[in-house]
Design a protein around this ligand. Structure first.
Ligand SMILES: Cc1ncc(C[n+]2csc(CCOP(=O)(O)OP(=O)(O)O)c2C)c(N)n1
Ligand SMILES: [Mg+2]
Length: 351
């Protein structure tokens, strides 16, 4: 298969709007205590995943870290399935058992949602190995944050990918911070992209606030990989407007820095580019935004009305089995009562 037809830019702008409005709704619902656990928002970074997705085929593999709502939406997972997952409902994209950090959608080739920093980078290398082994021309897109690049698993993975010439793009979403630690305080290199050189992997720096630049540079990278499998590294420079997670007031950075990036907003920028070229009117933009807000709002209703997963499914899809429940007086200690004991549920046996 060849490169995809270039996706329509107005369609991609509406995808960025959907991601932003979805995240705003998620934030609101989190504050209303409808969502438990951690929740990391992607607001400000929309052009990174949208530009990438616009440059690849739907059957290319995608894997990412825990700031993953946008990656699923960009791949085509419905807002309903995404919001329901945040609510822990059975209709969620991970059946309500994964939550914010563990989105998964095999149909759309979105292979997580991974909470342990850099732990998924070797998985991406395994996926790229599989497609090369099967002589497919799929490319694996592996997203991670600037906080991942000093983890051991990251280095092992890059080395193997280079050695075996695997078709994988390592995409570092450099938003300048890993929780409250800035890149200057964590990384000896001045430029993250130089990490790639140490493994003989070609590296590119990309402005992540510019949708067109992300799409065009990724398109070149992915095109060259399809003809001749090899790894590539893209440092995409971006910024998150919100704190690391919902509980972070982000007091480690200045208002001026935030303002600088807000003025360079990826949605505003693509809107202005399209308007200048007379491809989008203000009315059309307002309509797209209204639609995005409606989809996000409807997803909350869908999530609220969806059923909880049944309690007996709580330990399905985990490595550990149901823990022992306290024994009632006079009850014998039996197999079914111990961890690992007892028959698996029907669905688990067939999964
Ligand atoms: C191995 C490991 N160490 C520590 C953590 C705690 N932790 C969660 S997020 C995070 C920061 C990661 O930052 P970055 O990779 O830049 O991603 P971003 O949040 O900026 O998208 C840390 C240290 C973790 N999840 N995994
Ligand atoms: Mg970061």
């Amino acid at each position: 298969m060849s490169q995809p037809e270039q996706r329509d830019e107005v369609e991609m702008l509406s995808l960025m709007l959907l991601i932003r409005r979805f995240e705003e709704r998620a934030s609101q619902q989190y504050q209303a205590q409808k969502i438990g656990g951690f929740c990391h928002l992607y607001i400000g970074q929309e052009a990174v995943v949208c530009g990438t997705v616009a440059a690849v085929r739907p059957d290319d593999y995608l894997i990412t870290a825990y700031r993953d709502h946008a990656h699923a939406l960009a791949r085509g997972t419905s807002a309903n399935a995404c919001m329901a997952e945040l609510f822990g409902k059975a209709t969620g994209c991970s059946r309500g058992l994964g939550g914010s950090m563990h989105y998964f959608d095999r149909e759309h080739h979105m292979y997580g949602g991974h909470a342990i920093v850099a732990a998924h980078v070797p998985l991406a290398v395994g996926m790229a190995f599989a497609s090369k082994y099967r002589a497919e021309d799929r490319v694996t897109l592996c997203f991670f944050g600037d906080g991942a690049i000093n983890q051991g698993s990251f280095h092992e993975a890059l080395n193997l990918a280079a050695l075996y010439k695997l078709p994988v793009v390592f995409i570092c979403e450099n938003n300048l911070f890993a929780m409250g630690t800035s890149v200057e305080r964590s990384t000896s290199l001045k430029e993250i992209v130089d990490r790639a050189e140490g493994y003989d992997i070609p590296g590119t720096v990309i402005d992540g606030m510019n949708f067109r630049e992300v799409r065009d540079k990724l398109s070149g990278i992915v095109g060259s990989i399809r003809g001749d499998p090899h790894p590539a590294f893209a440092e995409i420079r971006t910024y998150r407007y919100r704190g690391h997670s919902m509980s972070d007031p982000a007091s480690y950075r200045t208002k001026e820095q935030l303002e600088k990036y807000r003025l360079d907003d990826p949605i505003t920028r693509l809107r202005a580019q399209l308007a200048r070229e007379e491809k989008l009117t203000n009315e059309q933009f307002d309509r797209l935004d209204k639609e995005a807000k409606e989809i996000a709002l409807a997803s909350v209703k869908f999530a609220e009305e969806s059923p909880e997963p049944p309690l007996e499914k709580l330990y399905d899809y985990t490595y550990a089995m149901e823990p022992a429940r306290p024994r009632a007086q006079g009850e014998n200690s039996g197999e079914a009562n111990r961890p690992g004991g007892g028959p698996p549920s029907k669905e688990k046996a067939s999964a």
